[in-house]
Each structure stands twice: as structure tokens, then as C-alpha cells.
Design a protein around this ligand. Structure first.
Ligand SMILES: [Zn+2]
Length: 258
């Protein structure tokens, strides 16, 4: 088994991993670069592998930094299956067209500037309509089912507790007379949250590819969070200040992050 990392390595967004195993090539996630990193990596750059050789895609969850370049993949001719949980497929049917709409709006703004500078206008990365079309290659799967992709590759999607439909993906590959197991955690949630189940515990693996975005800091305990939050609000209000609460959300017409 050979794993190549083409995004979300040394940076947080643009999740995109290529796995070569048992005579097959497949991707885990095909996300978009977002934020400051887009100065360094352009989402419109060609994929660093031949997309005609990709047999299937496994998608951990719907967030755009994991799914956002799927319509680009489709536009360039990829028609093999994309396996994802049912909820992830449903969310992608809303979020990818929304992302297409953002691409169209942003390129319009950039092109106005380019035309003023005498440069040729650029096409959007993909349109909302193109993002709707790519839904046809999504294959919904259930949590906990072992799915035989072929005689040598099986996968299982387990609840990652990160967002609706998010999955930790176990992959079993039979090659050279032995079974190797890789686990891709995707983004991981926390334990004991009111709205989401806790991440599934995976008991064994030969290789683990794990999200580590907040791996260098300690989370405060859930049962003390509400109190800590209220302390910050009261302290700020006592000083006559204003409390701004940033909230990561999946919704239409917004940028969808991590
Ligand atoms: Zn995420």
C-alpha cells in the first residue's frame, strides 16, 4: 500500500490523499484549499495525478475543505463512484452547488479587475449547475456496514462525531497474500457533545492517518465549558464591551470551513 498526501499536510485545508493498493488507485477526500493558503496553492491547479486512473473516491465528510474539488474532478471527466454516508451525500447536494455559486461570484469580481488591467477573463473553478451534476456519481453508504469495493478492498464508515454524516474510514486491503488495514480519521469530533455522538473507537490498524488540527492544545472539559463561557461574557459586559461569537456553520451562501 502506498499513500501520497496532496493536501491537508503541513496545512489544514485541501484534504486530498491518494492510495495505491491491490492494483487500484483511489482518493480519500478531494477538498478545497481555503483561507490564506490559497495564496500558495491555487485550487484551479491541475491535480497532481492522472484522474483517469482513479478507480473510486472515499469521502470522509461534507465540509468544503474535504469535498470542494469534487465538481472539478467531475468536470475533468471523472465518472467513477464517490462513496460517502447518506447524510454526507445529502449535505453535498446543498453545499457543493453553494460552493459553485461562490466560485461564480468570486471569479466575476476577479474578472472585473482583470478586464480593467487588459487581461483575459478566467472561468470559475466550477459553477453551481456543474456541482449539481456531479451528484450522480455519489454512492450513499450506511455507517458500520463493511462494503466490498472489489475482491481485495473493503471499507467501513464509522461515526466520527465531527458533523452530521462525518466518518472515520477503515480500509482493508488484501495484497501479496496478507491483509493490511489503514484508517483515515477525517476530522474528529469530541466526546459527550449534546448534538453529536462521540467518535467511534477503532480498535486496531496498521496505518492511521489522523486529523491533528488542534492536537497541540488541551481541550477544556465539557462540564466546565458553560461556566467558562459565561465568565467571559459577564467580564466583557462588566467592562462595557461587546461579545462577538464566531460560529462555524454549514449553511447556504457562506464560506464553509473546517
Ligand atoms: Zn470538517
Amino acid at each position: 500500500m502506498k499513500i501520497s498526501f496532496y493536501g491537508a499536510a503541513k496545512t489544514v485545508t485541501g484534504s486530498n490523499h491518494l492510495v495505491e493498493a491491490a492494483g487500484k488507485k483511489f482518493l480519500v477526500d478531494c477538498g478545497m484549499y481555503q483561507g490564506k493558503i490559497t495564496e500558495e496553492y491555487d485550487n484551479s491547479d491541475p491535480f497532481p495525478y492522472d484522474i483517469n486512473e482513479i478507480d473510486f473516491v472515499l469521502l470522509t465528510h461534507a465540509h468544503i475543505d474535504h469535498s470542494g474539488r469534487i465538481p472539478k474532478l467531475y468536470n475533468e471527466g471523472y465518472r467513477n463512484p464517490i462513496y460517502a454516508t447518506k447524510a454526507t451525500c445529502d449535505l453535498c447536494s446543498i453545499m457543493l452547488p453553494d460552493s459553485g455559486h461562490i466560485q461564480e461570484t468570486e471569479i466575476e469580481w476577479r474578472n472585473r479587475k482583470r478586464i480593467r488591467e487588459g487581461k483575459a477573463p478566467l472561468p470559475p473553478l466550477y459553477t453551481a449547475e456543474e456541482a449539481i451534476k456531479c451528484q450522480e456519481i455519489f454512492r450513499p453508504v450506511d455507517y458500520d456496514d463493511i462494503i466490498d469495493i472489489d475482491d481485495n478492498i473493503s471499507v467501513r464508515f464509522n461515526d466520527a462525531g465531527h458533523m452530521l454524516g462525518s466518518a472515520i474510514i477503515e480500509i482493508w486491503v488484501q495484497e501479496d497474500g496478507k491483509t493490511t488495514k489503514a484508517v483515515f480519521t477525517g476530522d474528529l469530533g469530541n466526546n459527550d457533545l449534546p448534538l453529536l455522538d462521540s467518535p467511534t473507537m477503532i480498535s486496531n490498524a496498521d496505518y492511521v492517518v489522523m486529523e491533528s488540527t488542534y492536537g497541540n492544545r488541551l481541550h477544556i472539559r465539557n462540564d466546565t465549558k458553560a461556566e467558562a463561557f459565561l465568565d467571559i461574557v459577564s467580564e466583557t459586559l462588566d467592562k462595557g464591551g461587546t461579545v462577538v461569537i464566531p460560529s462555524f456553520a454549514v449553511r447556504k451562501n457562506t464560506r464553509n470551513f473546517i
